[in-house]
Write a protein that binds this ligand. Structure first.
Ligand code: MYA
Ligand code: MIM
Length: 451
């Protein structure tokens, strides 16, 4: 931080009697020194970049240390075998009790075992990329981090990467600098496989987001949402008015809408690839991966289903659209009436509606796509209701800002920052404006969805 900024901050702190919460995000960022992150190959906050690409491309797998990083003496590394029922249970319990909560600690993500089986076992997954830490004396699992392989495309350049997710340290072991050790250890294990880049998302601001999206929520069961503190009755409205506002049709409207099947994979993947090419941050799927991500766990019982994928087949038998959403409930913390909230998250989708236009942002293309997506996602919300979900969530990524307002998705209090490890890239629009409202003009160039 330069002298000028330091002085500004000191002045501010005096004015605010040391209340840091009154500082802007930028000012808070300037004050943290990121003791760990400043040692890592990531973009600095005010770094201006001339071209995109790897930050450090000097290393080879054989240069990477062979031994795991040293761990605090009471603990030990433990590669988690997620095919083992007990070990899966250990991960489930750790995350169910210690993973991400909302700002007010009213809710906590409740990833299910079926969800982990889907999310952690795509084609190319590796046992040693499910990294645990256990208490030596008792064997209790107290920390976890995972990696899965993905083919990323950043502004048209292919980047062999992993996705890092499910970083978790037990509540009683927080602030002991265990997270940096977990991150270094997963980096080591990934580098050993000759992969040097990663994609990850977090709620916290770290150096430096390549994009930031906002969560948006479409209430389905408004009464329950209100009872658990997920949504409030707006001033001047009654509960009955809110229920009426969010009432949905019982049945979907789109002609030719049906669940995707194995026979649709080639055609749907081809449509998806065409659609995705508009975005700047894209996950490329091969046939096997596409099948996993969109039909994975098709064998699990309906009430535990994780991924829901639908296609639209027209009169000529051609697939013109598809959409998908996944089920990820919130545990409701300390509520007498309800213990869980059913939540559907919009996942990937594609449509041929605007493909014939040369410019995605032309007036005709925009209008055509907006109309089509609005009716498709309206049906997605209805299907989520049929699957007993209480709210339908979407980010401001992809082309989502085209339908959020019309379909009554209200802005949430959560944001998601997207990061690249060991790769510098120009900023990518996240579908929000300076004031954090939906950006319906520029939309977003984020094409990836993280679980
Ligand atoms: S995002 C979800 C993260 N999980 C949760 O939020 C669950 C609830 N919280 C916890 O379990 C803990 O608070 C965690 C931190 C584990 C998050 N991403 O050990 P500490 C930095 C990255 O004393 P704790 C997800 O899963 C923090 O700035 N860094 O802190 C994606 C500080 O560094 P610095 C984070 O609170 C994860 C240091 O850690 C995060 O006990 C992607 C403090 O460590 C965060 N979410 O534990 C990981 N939170 O001093 C990066 C805090 O520099 C992957 N920190 O400020 C990078 C790519 C690796 C692979 C590369 C392959 C090539
Ligand atoms: C999940 N994917 C994930 N990660 C990585 C990839 C890890 C975590 C990433 C960051 C993060 C942290 C915390 C959350 C999500 C993501 C949980 C969270 O805070 N969710 C917010 C939320 O559900 C997202 O907005 N908020 C609700 C809300 O805004 C509840 C708020 C309760 C109070 N805090 N409700 C308002 C709905 C209302 C809007 C207006 C219309 C009517 C409905």
């Amino acid at each position: 931080m330069d002298q000028k900024k330091l002085e500004d901050l000191l002045k501010l702190l005096q004015v605010n009697q040391g209340d840091l919460s009154k500082l802007t995000e930028q000012q808070r960022k300037d004050m943290k020194d990121y003791k760990f992150w400043k040692t890592q190959p990531v973009q600095k906050f005010d770094e201006t970049i001339d071209n995109e690409g790897p930050i450090d491309s000097s290393k080879k797998p054989e240069d990477v240390r062979d031994e795991p990083y040293p761990m605090l003496s009471e603990f030990e590394w433990s590669t988690i075998d997620i095919n083992d029922v007990q070990e899966m249970e250990d991960v489930f319990v750790l995350l169910n009790e210690n993973y991400v909560e909302d700002k007010d600690a009213t809710f906590r993500f409740n990833y299910t075992k079926e969800f982990f089986q889907w999310a952690l076992k795509p084609p190319g997954w590796r046992h040693d990329w499910n990294v645990g830490v256990r208490v030596k004396a008792t064997g209790k699992l107290v920390a976890f981090i995972s990696a899965i392989p993905i083919h990323l495309t950043v502004r048209g350049k292919d980047v062999a990467s992993v996705e890092i997710n499910f970083l978790c340290v037990h509540k009683q072991l927080r602030s002991k600098r265990m997270a940096p050790v977990l991150i270094k250890e997963i980096t080591r294990r990934v580098n050993k496989q000759n992969i040097w880049q990663a994609l990850y998302t977090a709620g916290v601001v770290l150096p430096s987001p390549v994009s930031t999206c906002r969560y948006a929520h479409r209430p389905i069961n408004w009464t329950k949402l209100q009872e658990v503190g997920f949504s409030d009755v707006p001033m001047g409205k009654t509960a009955a008015e809110m229920v009426a506002l969010y009432t949905l049709p019982k049945e979907t409207k789109t002609q030719g809408l049906r669940p995707m099947e194995l026979k649709d994979i080639d055609e749907t993947l081809a449509l998806f690839e065409k659609y995705e090419s508009r975005f700047e941050l894209v996950q490329a799927f091969n046939k096997e991966e596409f099948t996993h991500w969109f039909l994975g766990g098709d064998d699990i019982p309906a009430d535990k289903k994780v991924i829901f994928t639908y296609v639209v087949e027209n009169d000529e038998g051609k697939i013109t659209d598809f959409f998908s959403f996944y089920s990820l409930p919130f545990s409701v913390l300390e509520n007498a009436a309800h213990s869980e909230l059913g939540i559907g998250y919009l996942f990937y989708y594609a449509s041929d509606a605007d493909l014939k236009f040369e410019d995605r942002f032309s007036e005709d293309a925009t209008k055509t796509l907006k109309t089509r997506l609005t009716s498709l996602i309206s049906d997605a919300v209805i299907l989520a209701k049929q699957a007993n979900m209480d709210v339908f969530n979407a980010l401001t990524s992809q082309d989502n800002t085209l339908f959020l307002d019309d379909l009554k998705f209200g802005p949430g209090d959560g944001f998601l920052n997207f990061y690249l490890f060991n790769y510098k890239a120009f900023p990518i629009s996240g579908g929000i404006k300076e004031d954090k409202s939906y950006d319906t003009e520029k939309r977003s160039n984020v094409g990836v969805v993280m679980l």
